[in-house]
Design a protein around this ligand. Structure first.
Ligand SMILES: C[S@@+](CC[C@H](N)C(=O)[O-])C[C@H]1O[C@@H](n2cnc3c(N)ncnc32)[C@H](O)[C@@H]1O
Length: 432
């Protein structure tokens, strides 16, 4: 029996199998293969191999003395792959395909006891509910020193689908992908490292499907709702009328939240990571995680958790209208930590929202708690002070340093006379 994820993937991909190769995947797999140093004679495992676009490129690279194994769960995708192999049986004698659920790789008979020089998973990681657990399992099939290559999406890639994912999460429905955790190159690096692999590189591949960037009008939400929730709903997730009605309102809300100046931007990029299992076969421990954690924190329900290896600094009370609204209070208190000191350890209910040009906010969709604010173009994150677990805190909490955005302060809030700096607006604020 496959996992629930696998069953949904089959529903999603079976009908797409026949035309799958007439898409940008053909070009993208070439760019993916070019980033891995595949040598003649090597043994490669291509996970979620689909119709074999990447698998056959790998077979060309390893040559007759090497071997490539492709695994996928969707019968239609594998039928296309087998058809291509049959067209060139001699050339591709070094390729074998197996049907199986890669979340249960240990159950695939042909893989028992095997380890590979290289494992790849192209255009697949964001299909899995727990990317760290998936990579940990796959890494067991990697030889010591072996290479693992994978990609994950830019947060505004295929933005109508991202909105759909947020709607489904709010309605407690599952969709066949999980992209919310993939925010930037660091998120992919963090997932690879947390699974015990040492990252060689993470790059941003632009123009994945050839359009670069697109702007949509905020009013276009309805077109995307019809396309994604009604026309493309092969798994019949939203088939019930009541659910569909609720989904419609939420889709509009989530779409509008992504809009800046009336436009929703779509970015045609993905992050591509290449990592290694340490040569002695151990788990890689990144240097930041070998530093001592000085505090932990998270939301009320535990769906979002983080650790910091740095003391909090620059305690700031923000009185802007957005902070007031998201907190339901007069202000939000933040402290700052450098991005490389901060690790999100649980993100199952984490969601991001862009409410201004300055930053992206992180929330928990399980209990509604605001968690953090990631400033664009700065390697600093503001953590909502109330999310810190004070019982884990080692050190002294710094005093309040500044009260900001007082120009937008609600009239019923009194700013404490605590000697901290007071600023009317953002331009005066310096993030340290
Ligand atoms: C977007 S396609 C990528 C195919 C190929 N890697 C490529 O780059 O062209 C995603 C593939 O993941 C496969 N897949 C999804 N979940 C899977 C699972 N649990 N086990 C095996 N394959 C899975 C689907 O069947 C589909 O073929």
């Amino acid at each position: 029996m496959g996992s629930e994820q696998a069953d949904r993937a089959v529903l999603f991909y079976e009908s797409r199998s026949f035309n799958y190769d007439d898409s940008w995947h053909d070009d993208f797999t070439k760019r993916f293969a070019a980033e891995i140093n595949i040598q003649p004679g090597q043994h490669v495992l291509d996970l979620a191999c689909g119709t074999g676009l990447l698998t056959f490129l790998e077979a060309d690279a390893v040559g007759p003395s090497g071997h490539v194994t492709g695994v996928d769960v969707t019968p239609g995708m594998l039928r296309v792959a087998e058809f291509k192999k049959r067209k060139e049986p001699e050339k591709y004698a070094n390729v074998d395909f197996y049907q199986g659920d890669i979340l249960k790789l240990q159950e695939i008979e042909a893989l028992k006891g095997k380890q590979f020089d290289i494992i790849t998973a192209s255009s697949a990681l964001v299909l899995f509910p727990d990317p760290k657990a998936a990579i940990e399992l796959w890494a067991e099939f990697l030889k010591p020193g072996g290479t693992f290559a994978v990609d994950s999406t830019h947060p505004r890639n295929l933005v109508p689908g991202m909105v759909l994912e947020r709607v489904a999460r709010r309605l407690d429905l599952s969709v066949p992908y999980n992209r919310e955790w993939s925010q930037n190159e660091s998120s992919l690096k963090g997932v690879l490292e947390s699974a015990g692999l040492k990252v060689d590189k993470v790059i941003t591949v632009e123009n994945q499907s050839g359009y670069g960037k697109r702007q949509y009008e905020v009013g276009q939400w309805d077109d995307f709702f019809v396309e994604n929730v009604i026309v493309k709903d092969v798994a019949r997730t939203f088939a019930n009328n009541d659910i569909r009605r609720k989904a419609q309102g939420l889709y509009k809300e989530e779409w509008e939240r992504l809009a800046v100046n009336g436009q929703v931007e779509e970015v045609d990029s993905v992050f591509l990571g290449v990592a290694r299992k340490p040569a002695d076969g151990s788990r890689y421990v990144p240097s930041s995680s070998s530093k001592e954690t000085v505090f932990e924190g998270g939301c009320r329900c535990g769906g979002v958790r983080y650790t910091s290896t740095q003391q909090p600094s620059q305690v700031t009370f923000c009185y802007c209208r957005a902070c007031s609204r998201v907190s339901g209070s007069g202000y939000l208190p933040f402290c700052h930590v450098d991005d490389d000191a901060l690790t999100f350890t649980h993100t199952s209910t984490m969601k991001t929202l862009v409410l201004s040009k300055a930053a992206e906010r992180f929330f928990c969709t399980g209990c509604g708690a605001p968690i953090a604010m990631k400033y664009f173009d700065q390697e600093v994150t503001g953590l909502v002070l109330g999310s810190l677990d004070l019982d884990t805190f080692k050190g002294a909490m710094p005093n309040v340093e500044q009260h900001i955005f007082l120009r937008e302060k609600a009239p019923w809030v009194t700013v404490p006379d605590d000697g901290a700096k007071r600023m009317e607006a953002f331009e005066e604020m310096e993030i340290k």
